[in-house]
Design a protein around this ligand. Structure first.
Ligand code: ZN
Length: 439
């Protein structure tokens, strides 16, 4: 489906979470839109019913047919060259496979929800381009309402991040997904996800942050039968939240609890702002057919040097989540050189590795593990220097048995139980060591 093709086009890589099934039949885009366990697509959102692309590699026009006119904001991004259209939430009823390839300056595109009330289209360009126009038109002369994007090629030296808006009505700031650091927005994004209500001063329990990977416009990997990683891992994460909350011992904060896109940096921020005692990111992997078959769960921790080539490839793929969703990647904060941060980080990594081992031990009694279940690589989502963090790949959606597990209620329940057990064992120890007897 889309994400597969998009991943493949965008990344030009094979393997890992962003895997491609170039030869497999494409499930319909509409099926994907409705796969989310909690669809945020309601009847009364504008409906996008078709796309047309015309032109060549000098000038390209993209048209989206709609049932009524909407506002649009368009901007360009670098590294890789992309154009982003931010629009109000739209129900995309587009034909199967649309966006997998483009024309002229548009190599491929994808679309989806980036926040409640906000949809986004991200275009991968064949080269540097500038936005000539981005505007919406009312229905007229038997033509439906349309959104039009006109691009023209520029020299790489002439490319600059630019922004074009068509606010026919309403406030553009409302149009802009606030959680995304885009071309001209201040990279210091406000924290919008669960932090305010999470910071209850009277609640002194340790905080566990559960991070279901991907979401919204970023589908993650895709099983040949159509199941999207973003939905599988959300189901798992919600069940894990419920299980941990039931014990009453820890406070759980989710980075997302519905089908919304959250940038990687914001996920890390949620962990840090909540002073989390533990951050658990949940994913599901996939291998392309030509790379054979792999199965079982793997637990990843952060390291500067990947434990093996597969881990490195996976981290690269997972780190592309923001590029997929059209987040500006040029504003990466520089690594802070601070000896105290270094020390904290070293201790945090020790804790992360300890938890990873405890988790592997618990999980192996109920779930099938990968033949090398403990690995490490440079995952951006694991980079909170003061929060022990692991990323769990629950299994391979490309493996038939793993997929059967991933969609099975009883497997999920057993495995969630083992993760909750490991969390309790790990945090129980931390509570004891953090509060030595005072007499
Ligand atoms: Zn993933």
């Amino acid at each position: 489906m889309l994400s597969r093709v998009h991943h493949s086009v965008l990344l030009g890589i094979t393997g890992a979470c962003a895997v491609l099934w170039m030869c497999a039949p494409l499930p319909s885009a509409r099926a994907v839109e409705t796969q989310s366990p909690r669809p945020s697509v309601a009847e009364d959102f504008p409906i996008a019913s078709g796309v047309r692309i015309a032109g060549d590699d000098k000038q390209t026009r993209f048209i989206l047919d709609l049932d009524h006119k909407i506002d649009v904001r368009a901007f360009t991004l670098n590294n890789p060259y992309r154009v982003v259209l931010d629009i109000p939430q739209v129900t995309f009823n587009l034909p199967t496979g649309v966006g997998g390839s483009g024309r002229g300056l548009i190599r491929a595109f994808r679309y989806g929800l980036v926040m409640p009330g906000g949809s986004r289209m991200v275009f991968d360009l064949t080269g540097p381009a500038k936005i000539e126009k981005a505007y919406a038109m009312e229905a007229a002369n038997d033509q439906p309402a349309r959104l039009v994007l006109e691009l023209s090629a520029v020299e790489p030296s002439a490319f600059k991040a630019s922004s074009v808006s068509s606010a026919g009505s309403g406030d553009l700031n409302q149009l802009r997904p606030a959680i995304l650091a885009d071309a001209d927005a201040n990279p210091a994004v406000p924290d919008t996800t669960g932090m305010t209500k999470a910071m209850t001063p009277t609640d002194s329990r340790l905080v566990v942050v559960i991070d279901p990977g991907h979401g919204g416009i970023d589908n993650g990997t895709q099983a040949p039968s159509g199941e999207a990683e973003k939905s599988l891992v959300l189901d798992f994460a919600l069940a894990l939240r419920d299980r941990i909350e039931k014990s009453g011992k820890y406070r759980v904060v989710m980075t997302r609890s519905d089908d919304t896109f959250i940038p990687l940096g914001d996920r890390v921020k949620i962990a840090r702002n909540n002073m989390a005692a533990l951050f658990v990111s949940i994913h599901a992997d996939a291998l392309p057919k030509k790379e054979g078959d792999a199965q079982g769960a793997t637990i990843y921790t952060l390291s500067d040097k990947a434990s093996d080539a597969e881990a490195e490839k996976l981290a690269e793929a997972e780190n592309k989540a923001d590029a997929i969703a059209g987040v500006n990647l040029t504003e990466e904060p520089a690594d802070v050189a601070d000896i105290l941060i270094d020390l904290t980080q070293r201790e945090t990594r020790t804790f992360s590795n300890r938890f990873a081992r405890m988790l592997a031990n618990e999980m192996k009694s109920v779930a099938r593990m990968h033949k090398h279940p403990l690995k490490s690589a440079g995952f951006r989502v694991l980079k909170a220097h003061d929060v022990p963090s692991v990323l769990v790949e629950l299994g391979y959606v490309s493996n038939r048995d793993d997929l059967q597990h991933l969609v099975s209620e009883s497997w999920r329940s057993r495995t969630v139980g083992s993760v909750a057990q490991a969390v309790d064992a790990f945090l129980g120890k931390r509570v004891v060591s953090a509060n030595p007897p005072s007499n």
